[in-house]
Design a protein around this ligand. Structure first.
Ligand SMILES: Cc1cc2nc3c(=O)[nH]c(=O)nc-3n(C[C@H](O)[C@H](O)[C@H](O)COP(=O)(O)OP(=O)(O)OC[C@H]3O[C@@H](n4cnc5c(N)ncnc54)[C@H](O)[C@@H]3O)c2cc1C
Length: 399
C-alpha cells in the first residue's frame, strides 16, 4: 500500500512542499494529495492591490499540478483527528474523511482583530481574498474626500495605506501606528517611507493604539477618535483555527509547535509549515509569518519527510532572512536589508528600483508556486519506512 501523504493548503508553503515531495519520492510508493478550499492559488502578497481594483492573474491549481503526480483535492478542511490520522473535508458532494500516514499542515493564517471591540463587525481586512474583494467594493463606492483609516503600522499596513492613497488620491487616507512610522527600518528606509507618505498625503497617527472600531470612526486609547468611513485592519495575522482544535501541541496563538525539521513536537507524523508553524529561526527567534519563512519551512519539511521515508540524510535547509521587501504603491518601495535574524541593517534600497525589485520578488514567488516541480532535479527515491500503526488500530491492539 502506498504511503499516504496529505498536504493541507496550497498557498506559498503547501504548494511548494507538495511539488518538492513529488520530485523526491517514487510515484509508485506514495499517494500524494494536496487539499485546498479554493480552485486557484491566491497571491496573498498582492491582496492590497486586489482591494484597490487591480486584477490578479488567475492561477488555477489544476493546471499547476497537472502531470506532477500530486492529486489535487478541492475541498474545505473542517477538522483533523491526529489520533485516528484522518482529515475531515467537505466539498459540493458532501463530507468525507481522508486517511493519512504523513500530514503536512499549511493552512496559513487570517486577519487578527486582537479582540478589539467592533473590529470584526466594522473593519475590513485584506488577509484573505474574500475580505480584499469586499474592501474593493467598498472603496469603489467611496466619494471624494471620504476617510480611510488603516490600522497597523507593520508591513501590510504600510503597503495598504500607500496603495490606497496612490490609487485614490481623492480620498483622505490615514494610518494609525502603535509606534513611530516604520520605526523598525534603518534610518534610510524609515526616511523614505515618511517621504512617500508625505508625497501621497497620508496622515500618520503615531503612538496611537486603536481601542475600538465603529461604523464611521476608530476610537483610540487617549480618548480621541479618528473619522473613518472605512477602517482597514492590518495588525498582524492569526494562525488558521483548525490546529488549535486538535490534540497537536500549539502555541497560545494556534501555531503548531515544530522542531527544526518542521515536525510537530507532539505528533511525529504531522509537519507544519508557513504561517501555521511556530518554528525557531536564527537567534532562537520565532520565524516571522511571511513568504520568506514559508519557502524555507516548505523545503525543510519536504526534504525531511522524504529523508525519513527513504532512509536518507535529514536536511538542514539554511533558514535565514536577507531582506524585507515593501511596496509603497506601484512606483515606490523599500528593500530593507536585514541580519539573518531579521533585524534591519544600515543598507536599504529605495525608490523606483525598490518597487521593481519587489515586483520581481512577487513574480518569482508566484512562479515558484506555479511551477511546483519545474527546474528541480528529479531524485525520486524508494520509500522504505512503513507508517507507524495508528493509535487504537487493530495492528497496534494486537501487538
Ligand atoms: C496584503 C498582504 C501582503 C503581504 N505581503 C507580504 C510580503 O510582502 N512579503 C512576505 O513575505 N509576506 C507577505 N505577506 C504574508 C504572506 O502572504 C503569508 O505569510 C503567506 O501567504 C503564508 O503562506 P502560507 O502558505 O503559510 O499560507 P497561505 O498563503 O495563506 O496559504 C494557505 C492555503 O490554505 C488554504 N486554506 C485555508 N483554509 C482552508 C481550509 N479550511 N480548507 C482548505 N484549504 C484552506 C487557502 O486557500 C490557501 O491556499 C502578505 C500578506 C498579505 C495579506
Amino acid at each position: 500500500m502506498p504511503h499516504r501523504i496529505i498536504v493541507l493548503g496550497a498557498g506559498y508553503a503547501g504548494a511548494v512542499t507538495a511539488g518538492r515531495l513529488a520530485k523526491r519520492l517514487r510515484r509508485e510508493d506514495v499517494a500524494l494529495t494536496l487539499v485546498n478550499a479554493e480552485p486557484d492559488f491566491v497571491e496573498r502578497v498582492r491582496l492590497h492591490q486586489l482591494a484597490i481594483g487591480q486584477d490578479l492573474r488567475p492561477r488555477p491549481l489544476s493546471e499547476m499540478f497537472a502531470g506532477t503526480g500530486v492529486e489535487l483535492r478541492l475541498a474545505k478542511v473542517t477538522g483533523i483527528d491526529v489520533d485516528r490520522r484522518t482529515v475531515a473535508v467537505i466539498d459540493a458532494n458532501g463530507a468525507e474523511e481522508l486517511e493519512y500516514d504523513t500530514l503536512v499542515y499549511a493552512l496559513g493564517s487570517g486577519w487578527n482583530t486582537q479582540g478589539v471591540p467592533g473590529a470584526a463587525e466594522h473593519a475590513h481586512e485584506i488577509a484573505g481574498r474574500p475580505g480584499a474583494l469586499r474592501l474593493r467594493e467598498r472603496l469603489a463606492g467611496l466619494a471624494t474626500g471620504q476617510s480611510v483609516v488603516v490600522v497597523g503600522g507593520g508591513l501590510t499596513g504600510l503597503e495598504a495605506a500607500t496603495e490606497i492613497a496612490e490609487a485614490r488620491p481623492d480620498l483622505d487616507v490615514a494610518l494609525a501606528a502603535r509606534g513611530e512610522l516604520a520605526d523598525w527600518l534603518s534610518p534610510k528606509g524609515r526616511g523614505h517611507v515618511r517621504k512617500v507618505f508625505e508625497k501621497l498625503g497620508i496622515t500618520v497617527h503615531e503612538h496611537t493604539v486603536v481601542t475600538g472600531v465603529e461604523a464611521d470612526r476608530v476610537a483610540t486609547a487617549d480618548g480621541t477618535s479618528v473619522p473613518a468611513a472605512v477602517t482597514v485592519w492590518t495588525t498582524g495575522f492569526a494562525a488558521h483555527p483548525i490546529a488549535k482544535a486538535t490534540a497537536l501541541e500549539v502555541t497560545g496563538t494556534g501555531q503548531i509547535v515544530v522542531d527544526g525539521t518542521m515536525r510537530s513536537v507532539s505528533h511525529p507524523e504531522v509537519y507544519a509549515i508557513g504561517d501555521a508553524a511556530m518554528a525557531v529561526g536564527p537567534g532562537d527567534k520565532p520565524l516571522r509569518m511571511s513568504c520568506a519563512s514559508g519557502g524555507f519551512t516548505a523545503w525543510q519539511a519536504a526534504d525531511a519527510v522524504a529523508a525519513r521515508l527513504t532512509g536518507g540524510k535529514l536536511p538542514n535547509v539554511p533558514i535565514r532572512y536577507f531582506n524585507q521587501c515593501i511596496s509603497l504603491g506601484r512606483k515606490e518601495g523599500v528593500i530593507q536589508y536585514v541580519t539573518a535574524d531579521d533585524r534591519a541593517v544600515r543598507a536599504a534600497l529605495t525608490g523606483r528600483l525598490a518597487a521593481v525589485y519587489k515586483e520581481l520578488v512577487c513574480k518569482g514567488a508566484a512562479w515558484g508556486v506555479g511551477n511546483p516541480t519545474l527546474g528541480m532535479p528529479t531524485r525520486r527515491r524508494r520509500v522504505v519506512q512503513q507508517p507507524a500503526a495508528r493509535a487504537g488500530s487493530a495492528v497496534e491492539a494486537s501487538a
